[in-house]
Design a protein around this ligand. Structure first.
Ligand SMILES: Cc1ncc(COP(=O)(O)O)c(C=O)c1O
Length: 353
């Protein structure tokens, strides 16, 4: 099986990692130019006068447990946004390499690639096939040599569907030895499906992205996880700045991942899914709604007869939703996040004529 890191930029492969202050317990810390006193308002466990752990091992172990992989297979990042950025920086040479994205999809793949100077090749999802992957076109494009990353989002934002297992597999096979396949599972907890991380030991060019921002309610803590072969994790750890994850975020995530909180998270995911189905049915019954797409996420892509008018009504009622109208394949669509039952009731009342 080929080494996935062979696809990375040669200069990053050869880069010596930054040597941060040693991280050892049981010593007085006179080696990192920190202040010896805490500020009076500091209620953190470790003390905010101290740098956080350079690469937080306890958090990595907890995330590995959550996602069912060994600790060496995870890299905690500042949101999966940062994982996307690390991948394009580590694998794409400016002006030479390309990434494939499958619109309509999450916008950060293309933005991160453009910031890095990589070319963005859009291969649209097939709207008439329920926003399925065009696996044949992706496979053919991978064969041309310049593609280093293929971004797949499953469940996909903003369409809400899971990508077909067979289509993902055929892209993974076509990309073997040529490109990494990055499968973004930011919304997987809301779907009844297994993670693609179960196959990464067999297919080391597959990278999976997870996040605590959605189902675990920690968007403000910015904790994402790159799940990949340890060789990829080790390479990208060199690109990630040391001390990237702030101490309050490490402590907040560890508290949120303790067993009782995980139980609460599971209950909330189940409640959110029930609420999603109730909201979908109520929206579908409105005369101003022409279509509600099935969703395996915490949002509903919804087409309106007059999306501008619907947006205006919602704004008047102090409700924000995301406008996707005018995008190819989504001409009259708004993306509505499933809220609490009272928020959803208010949304329905605002749209009812
Ligand atoms: C598909 C997808 N991936 C990644 C992200 C970014 O998540 P994070 O908060 O972990 O950076 C989002 C955020 O909306 C998303 O929709």
């Amino acid at each position: 099986m080929s080494d996935p890191v062979a696809l990375a930029r040669a200069d990053i492969r050869g880069l010596a990692a930054y040597e941060h202050a040693t991280w050892e317990h049981g010593y007085e810390r006179l080696h990192a130019n920190e202040l010896p006193w805490r500020v009076a308002t500091d209620d953190s466990a470790a003390g905010l006068n101290r740098y956080p752990e350079p690469h937080p091992a306890t958090l990595a172990a907890e995330l590995a447990d959550l996602y069912g992989v060994a600790p060496g297979w995870v890299l905690p990042c500042r949101g999966s946004d940062e994982a996307i950025d690390l991948l394009v920086r580590g694998f794409c040479r400016a002006g030479r390499d390309s990434v494939i994205v499958c619109p309509p999809t999450f916008g950060m793949y293309a933005v991160a690639a453009r910031i890095q100077g990589a070319d963005v090749i859009p291969i649209p999802l097939l709207a008439e096939a329920g926003f399925a992957l065009d696996a044949v076109a992706i496979g053919a494009r991978c064969a041309t040599g310049d593609v280093k990353l293929v971004f797949l989002c499953s469940p996909n934002n903003p369409t809400g569907n899971l990508l077909g297992e067979g289509d993902i597999q055929s892209v993974v096979e076509a990309a073997a030895g040529r490109a990494l396949v990055v499968i973004d599972e930011a919304y997987l907890e809301f779907a009844d499906a297994a993670s693609q991380s179960r196959s990464i030991a067999r297919q080391p060019h597959v990278v999976v992205l997870r996040t605590l921002s959605k189902a675990y309610g920690l968007a403000g803590a910015r904790i994402g996880t790159l799940v990949a072969d340890p060789r990829i994790v080790d390479l990208l750890r060199k690109v990630l700045p040391p001390y990237a994850i702030a101490q309050p975020c490490i402590e907040g995530a560890l508290r949120a991942l303790a067993a009782p909180q995980r139980r609460v998270a599971r209950e909330r995911i189940a409640a959110l899914k029930r609420e999603r189905e109730r909201l979908a049915a109520a929206l579908a019954a409105l005369p101003c709604v022409s279509r509600v797409w099935p969703s395996t996420t915490n949002f509903l892509l919804t087409a309106f007869t007059d999306p501008a008018e619907a947006l205006e009504r919602l704004r008047r009622n102090r409700l924000l939703v995301r406008d996707f109208s005018g995008r190819p394949g989504l001409e009259r669509a708004l993306r509505i996040t499933v809220g609490s039952p009272p928020q959803n009731d208010r949304l329905i009342r605002s749209l009812a004529c």
